[in-house]
Write a protein that binds this ligand. Structure first.
Ligand code: FMN
Length: 402
């Protein structure tokens, strides 16, 4: 059966290029086009209607709108369009529509459909170089990316406004390649139930102070986002302290090692895979003070070791595919591999991901990572420094061959 693509056209000057795109997609997909009001001022909807098999929609409230018809037929246009879509492509995506999506606005047919769809979204921005470089636009794009949307960056070259620089709508071939890729990966983890722990634990010393670590949760959230994109059922077990980045996974929050351990113990039998990225405190204070400790006196605290959660996971669920994460400090690749292999045996993990937090710009709190993935079947994959989102993609590709 043909897949359905909804193509949203906003009022970038590159809107006319979508005629060529549609001609190449026509016949291979069922296609609905939604135009913004401003896009209709840029180019007539007739240009798209002329293409066989392409339906064009523009208004949230058409002229013949009658609420009685809606109640009788139980059919609302934007919900039907959102539900039909296997993929929604916004091309060209103006700075304006990017901002509206980032902030959840729904003031026309296109943005309302976008909010209502469960389909993956491919955003193809195109705009003047200065608009593209504007930090607000970039921040909005980051929001879309961390919500799991696919961003196809614009090309560089001559722009309609007379500038030369980044901002041209990505070449048609690139858009088509991306469409095929997203449709192919869409269901690659469908049916898998995946638990992901993320962020650092923290333990109270007194009602004010805590002992914690630098785990930010970014690696776990990146994995959760990529697993959701591939249609897995994902449960993120996230530290209350972690960076709150937008994601589409269900989540449970934890504070202490005991909380985290208890949540995993209770839930793990329902899951096929666990990515245990959480940074678990190795120690907790022997005693928790019930009132605020006086800061004028010197203080000595005793710490006791905490439970090694990772060693218990296979006891709680022997069938779960366990992926442990290990942070090391200033180690060579071969030392990292040896540490990983030891931990595989010790914890009965299926995979261990080792990263060296001693290196600048990767690991705790950073947006990038560099890792070595070691499997219990002796395969070793090194992923050189790249964004945590890319690391997440590469880990999933290596593990599930997708
Ligand atoms: C001739 C012309 C070309 C434009 N090209 C772009 C563009 O390439 N990218 C962009 O973000 N905005 C562009 N704009 C500005 C948008 O049309 C404007 O921000 C509009 O409000 C966006 O509305 P929409 O996102 O609902 O379509 C252009 C405007 C004009 C008049």
């Amino acid at each position: 059966m043909k897949k359905t693509i909804v193509i949203g056209i906003s009022s970038g000057i590159a809107a006319y290029k979508i005629i060529g795109l549609l001609r190449r997609l026509q016949g291979k997909f069922d296609i609905s086009v939604i135009m913004t009001d401003h896009a209709r001022s840029m180019i007539s909807p007739m240009e798209f209607k002329k293409i066989p098999g392409v339906s064009v929609f523009c208004e949230l409230f058409p002229k013949d709108f009658d609420y009685k018809k809606i109640l009788k037929k139980k059919r609302v246009n934007h919900i039907a369009l959102a539900d039909q879509a296997d993929l929604v492509v916004i091309a060209p995506a103006t700075a304006n529509i990017i901002a509206k999506i980032a902030h959840g606005l729904a003031d026309d047919l296109l943005t309302t459909t976008i909010l209502a769809t469960k389909a993956p979204l491919l955003i193809c921005p195109s705009m003047n170089t200065h608009m593209w470089e504007n930090p607000i636009v970039q921040q909005n794009l980051n929001t879309l990316e961390s919500s799991g949307m696919h961003i196809l960056h614009p090309d560089s070259g001559e722009l309609a406004c007379g500038y030369t620089g980044v901002g041209r709508l990505a070449d048609c071939n690139k858009i088509i390649r991306e469409i095929h890729q997203i449709i192919a990966i869409k269901k690659s983890l469908s049916g898998k139930k995946i638990m992901i722990t993320a962020g650092g634990t923290y333990e109270s010393i007194d009602p004010v102070r805590v002992i914690t670590n630098r785990g930010s949760g970014k690696m776990g959230i990146a994995l959760a986002t990529e697993c959701v994109k591939r249609c897995a059922e994902v449960m993120l077990i996230r530290s209350k302290n972690s960076n709150v980045v937008q994601h589409q996974a269900k989540e449970i929050l934890f504070e202490t090692v005991e909380d985290l351990s208890e949540i995993i113990r209770m839930k793990i039998t329902n899951y096929d895979v666990i990515f245990h990225t959480a940074a678990v405190s190795d120690f907790k204070p022997l005693k928790k003070f019930s009132s605020k400790i006086d800061s004028k006196k010197m203080l000595t605290l005793d710490f006791i070791p905490t439970d090694k959660i990772i060693s218990k996971i296979k006891i709680w669920n022997p069938k779960v595919l366990l992926v442990g994460f290990k942070a090391v400090f200033h180690k060579t690749d071969s030392e990292m591999i040896n540490i990983g292999k030891d931990l595989l045996h010790e914890t009965k993990s299926d995979y261990i991901v080792v990263n060296d937090i001693g290196q600048d710009g990767i690991g705790f709190g950073a947006d990038n990572n560099e890792i070595i993935l070691i499997s219990c079947k002796d395969s070793i994959v090194k992923i050189d420094k790249t964004s945590k989102q890319n690391v997440a993609v590469r880990i999933l590709e290596a593990m599930f061959h997708i």
